[in-house]
Design a protein around this ligand. Structure first.
Ligand code: 0WK
Ligand code: 0WK
Ligand code: BGC
Ligand code: BGC
Length: 902
């Protein structure tokens, strides 16, 4: 019992991040997280190396419902020399045996997935590390990043050039060297894991794998939260305890005897695997031999006689212990006599009884030591499950457990005494660990295939540098067509003149109303501009909501609502009945011939109010004001939110000559040379052009970058076929793109276990704000899960969360890159307009997506820098919204007007 508690402490040391490096019991993560889910199928090769036999197996798994498994295997010899030679020789030998096996099976031409049971302590890297490398490769090459590094040889193996190396690449190299066949090495597992999986196939309660054979070891299903070496805290993972090394740090010195020390000193790996050397088949016979030698020398046995056999290491094999210990006394004694005579001894009856007694004591100790550590593992599982009564099955294999009935009987008995409150079953593995290895391989193959499929789909959302250059080139072309009188009507990018000719010069003053319509919130503002610029601009604002019905009702209702808000704002400001100039930030494409007129070309984003398109929104507003009779507007300037944003920022930084919005929608404006704007008279100076790049792609310019998900989002949008570029970038649509990808993944069984929940089918549930939350670095996976839970996607796993995060980042990355490509086209146009080699310029930017997404702005700037390297672009976030800009423009316009009137 005390030993069991001691081992439990060792387990904690191995699991704990800080103590693992010095822990003797390494508790190695195996990355086997799920037991077979019944969907595995196919043909798999399995290698089983490390036990007393080296076996190669062909395992056929039939899926759908009742899984049937057929196996064919062949045992091959591993000569002693090879076990002590160079690593490359061993792997060459394995490759030769594999070739022979495939030959015999007549499947040499097939490239089958292979599971490698390599029964030595190995440090494994994450299976999902596979994930990162699979992107552009077949299942085969993906293995290059799946590593299984041998920590140290044990048992009868001690080869050079393998410890610290990745056994996968060593095997692959050996196979490549032969060149006459190929395989997909999908998984390397410990025989304990293979045994647990093999037994788990028949008994779902099997959560422990135990080997007592040449060596000894155990694995079990541990809670991820206890595996401090790994991030992720949800679900379980199989841990290979490598308990053979228990005591290598001196923890068992009070139990080890001189005989144990003698065995260790004579072993291939002194100081290592001390617990194993007290238990497993490789040493049990030797323990008995050394005890007999000691007793013979002390004249306690064989009248003190010894023989060369008795004095030779390994000449009392562990099999003898089994036979001498047969549960029938006389048979055991007879066997003892037979064995001792075969060693040249002339044993007396007492000698035979003593030998049998020694065998009993040695194997009893082995069984009880094993029971103590097993009990510790069972208590760990019981505590993890907080279960009163633990029902568990232990899958067992190994020649000692199988061929030594007294050992298994004593082990079972002592375990039940040490953990009486557990209902434990021992299930002997009938087919060796090969079946289990095939299952792990099948799961790895399924995971890899599912991953490859997910990446293939996500690749359609990943844009290459060349593609981004092409987007920039096409945007540049469309912008030129938008400015040219000939092609303006055909182009999708309208390059609308805004009649804003100059940025503020600080002389603006007075009180201005401003409306800010079209973004995620509708605001009414009062902006007080004072002459001396340095004094801050006074702004008062109130946010009003515009519900879906108003956005999509009649134009009258919409503008009545706007006027209602203005009058409410004026009351709130105590300015009832005032008459003020108004700057109307109307964030939709408008044709303007002057500042105080804006013909709405089309609604975008969530708006669809009838009777507005083709109308002058200034008139619509004025009519609504007239209908209300509460206040008057003496001048109205219509500006786009990009223009308002540019102006607001230009007030701080005169170099600001572009405005960018990445919010509900996306768009940009910039100061263009008048002589380039063929749709407006005059060639002097500059005018701000509202690019309306959201519409880019309406003539198919983006079709070969569009995915099925983009088409799905467009078809279900308020304005199908319109604003294609916007629908790949802006906040109103990113969540929907993600939701469509997640639905596709789920429908293909690649996510949420293929269960398509009603919630996931609901449009708009995946708000873009979730993308920003899910992608923020400091958000642990469980928080992603809680977002998914909140979205009603209950039952999602940790892996699901990882995937959702990946989809979000791929979709947001593409949006930022596309936006960067559009901006690169703009700033390079300005640079060429001004025949500059190097342009440094500022962009005023606003919009929820740009402001709140953790990575959007940096990815966009990276892309911009890469596609327009001759432009040094500074981004200035607009703190006060476009309202100030609208007021400034109105102020400039009013000054003009009053000057003109003068
Ligand atoms: C049979 C398993 C193999 C494992 C062996 C251990 O298929 O993976 O290594 O049992 O027992 P041994 O052969 O060392 O007695
Ligand atoms: C704030 C500006 C407004 C613009 C909005 C865009 O004041 O004019 O429309 O940003 O961002 P969104 O609110 O759509 O995220
Ligand atoms: C190895 C383990 C293996 C056990 C049983 C030990 O020597 O370190 O990895 O599971 O033998 O074969
Ligand atoms: C509109 C633009 C606006 C942008 C950002 C787009 O849908 O067409 O006029 O600037 O959204 O709000």
């Amino acid at each position: 019992m005390e030993l069991s508690v001691r081992f439990r402490r060792e387990m904690d040391k191995g699991l704990c991040r800080d103590t693992n490096p010095t822990a003797a019991v390494k508790m190695l993560p195996t990355f086997v997280r799920s037991t077979p889910d019944g969907t595995e199928q196919g043909e798999f090769l399995a290698l089983d190396l490390g036990g007393s036999n080296f076996r190669i197996l062909l395992v056929k798994v039939q899926g759908n419902g009742e899984q049937k498994v057929e196996m064919e295997s062949q045992t091959y010899d591993i000569p002693e020399l090879v076990m002590r030679g160079s690593g490359s020789e061993l792997f060459d030998h394995i490759a030769d045996c594999l070739a022979d096996f495939l030959e015999k099976m007549g499947i040499k031409d097939k490239k089958l997935p292979l599971g490698f049971t390599f029964s030595f302590p190995c440090l494994q890297t994450k299976l999902d590390e596979i994930k990162s490398s699979i992107q552009k490769t077949s299942a085969h090459d993906q293995m290059s990043s799946y590593q299984s590094v041998l920590m140290s040889w044990t048992k009868g193996f001690r080869l050079s050039g393998v410890e610290g190396k990745d056994v996968v690449s060593l095997l692959r190299r050996a196979i490549k060297k032969r060149g006459d066949f190929d395989t997909d090495i999908m998984a390397v597992i410990s025989d304990t894991v293979g045994t647990m999986m093999t037994c788990g196939f028949d008994d779902r309660h099997c959560e422990i794998g135990l080997i007592v054979g040449t060596g000894t070891n155990a694995c079990y299903m541990e809670q991820m939260r206890n595996l401090q070496l790994l991030d992720g805290d949800e679900g379980q993972m199989c841990v290979n305890t490598e308990w053979g090394a228990f005591g290598d740090d001196g923890a068992l010195e009070d139990l080890r005897t001189d005989i144990d020390r003698e065995i260790d000193a004579g072993s291939l790996n002194p100081g290592k695997q001390l617990f194993e050397k007290m238990i497993s088949g490789m040493y049990m016979g030797e323990l008995v031999r050394l005890i007999m030698v000691k007793m013979a020398r002390d004249k306690l046995l064989f009248q003190g006689n010894t023989t060369p056999d008795l004095l030779t290491t390994g000449h009392f094999s562990t099999n003898y212990v089994y036979t001498i210990e047969s549960d029938k006394d006389e048979e055991g004694l007879a066997n003892a006599e037979k064995v001792l005579r075969s060693m040249g001894l002339n044993p007396s009856a007492e000698d035979c009884a003593a030998t049998r007694r020694i065998c009993q004591i040695v194997s009893t100790r082995a069984a009880h030591l094993c029971a103590a550590t097993l009990a510790a593992v069972m208590r760990q599982i019981r505590d993890n499950k907080a279960a009163e009564k633990l029902r568990i099955t232990i899958g067992v294999d190994g020649s000692v457990y199988k061929n030594h009935p007294e050992f298994s009987r004593r082990l079972n008995k002592m375990v039940r005494r040490l953990v009486p409150d557990c209902d434990v079953r021992f299930l002997q593995s009938q087919h060796g660990s090969g079946k289990g290895a095939a299952m792990v391989t099948a799961v790895a193959y399924r995971l890899a295939a599912q991953h490859a499929e997910r990446q293939r789909i996500l690749d359609t959302l990943r844009l290459s540098r060349e593609q981004l250059f092409e987007v920039k080139r096409r945007m540049t072309e469309e912008m030129a067509r938008g400015l040219s009188k000939q092609t303006h009507d055909q182009t999708s990018v309208k390059m609308l003149p805004t009649y804003v000719r100059s940025t503020p010069d600080g002389t603006e003053q007075g009180d201005f109303l401003a409306l800010d319509l079209g973004g995620s919130s509708f605001r009414v503002l009062l902006v007080r501009l004072k002459k001396e610029k340095k004094q801050k601009v006074d702004m008062h604002q109130k946010i009003y909501s515009i519900d879906q019905d108003t956005m999509q009702g009649t134009g009258e209702e919409l503008f009545d609502h706007i006027v209602y808000c203005i009058s409410d704002f004026l009351d709130y400001m105590g300015m009832r009945g005032a008459s003020l100039p108004l700057g109307f930030t109307f964030s939709f494409p408008c044709d303007q011939t002057k500042l105080d007129e804006g013909i709405l070309l089309k609604w975008t984003k969530g708006f669809k109010a009838s009777g507005c398109e083709g109308k002058d929104v200034v008139m619509l507003l004025k009519e609504a004001v007239r209908r209300k009779q509460k206040f008057d507007l003496n001048f109205v300037a219509v500006v786009n939110d990009t223009v308002g944003t540019m102006m607001t920022c230009a007030y701080e930084d005169p170099q600001c000559e572009l405005g960018l919005i990445v919010g509900t929608g996306t768009n940009a404006c910039y100061m263009e040379e008048m002589h380039n704007i063929e749709t407006v008279e005059g060639n002097e100076g500059r005018m701000c052009v509202n690019v309306e790049w959201g519409a880019f792609g309406e003539n198919g310019e983006l079709d070969d970058f569009c995915t099925e998900f983009d088409r799905a989002v467009d078809e279900c949008s308020n304005h199908p076929g319109k604003q294609r570029y916007e629908k790949m970038i802006s906040g109103m649509y990113l969540g929907e793109i993600v939701r469509n990808v997640l639905m596709d993944f789920t429908a293909k069984g690649l996510l949420f276990r293929g269960k398509l929940s009603e919630r996931l089918k609901t449009r708009g549930i995946f708000e873009t704000k979730f993308l920003s939350q899910i992608e923020s670095d400091r958000l642990a996976m469980r928080q992603v899960r809680s977002i998914l839970q909140h979205l009603g996607l209950t039952g999602s796993t940790c892996d699901d969360s990882v995937l959702v995060k990946e989809v979000c980042s791929v979709v947001a990355r593409r949006a930022a890159q596309l936006c960067g490509a559009g901006l690169a086209a703009l700033v390079d146009k300005i640079r060429q307009n001004r025949n500059l080699n190097q342009l440094s310029i500022t962009v005023g930017v606003d919009g929820t997506l740009y402001k709140t997404h953790p990575h959007f702005s940096s990815i966009m700037q990276e892309t911009l820098q890469d596609l327009a390297p001759q432009c040094e672009v500074t981004f200035l976030k607009s703190e006060d919204g476009s309202g100030k800009g609208a007021a400034l423009i109105t102020a400039v316009a009013c000054r003009f007007k009053s000057e003109k009137l003068l």
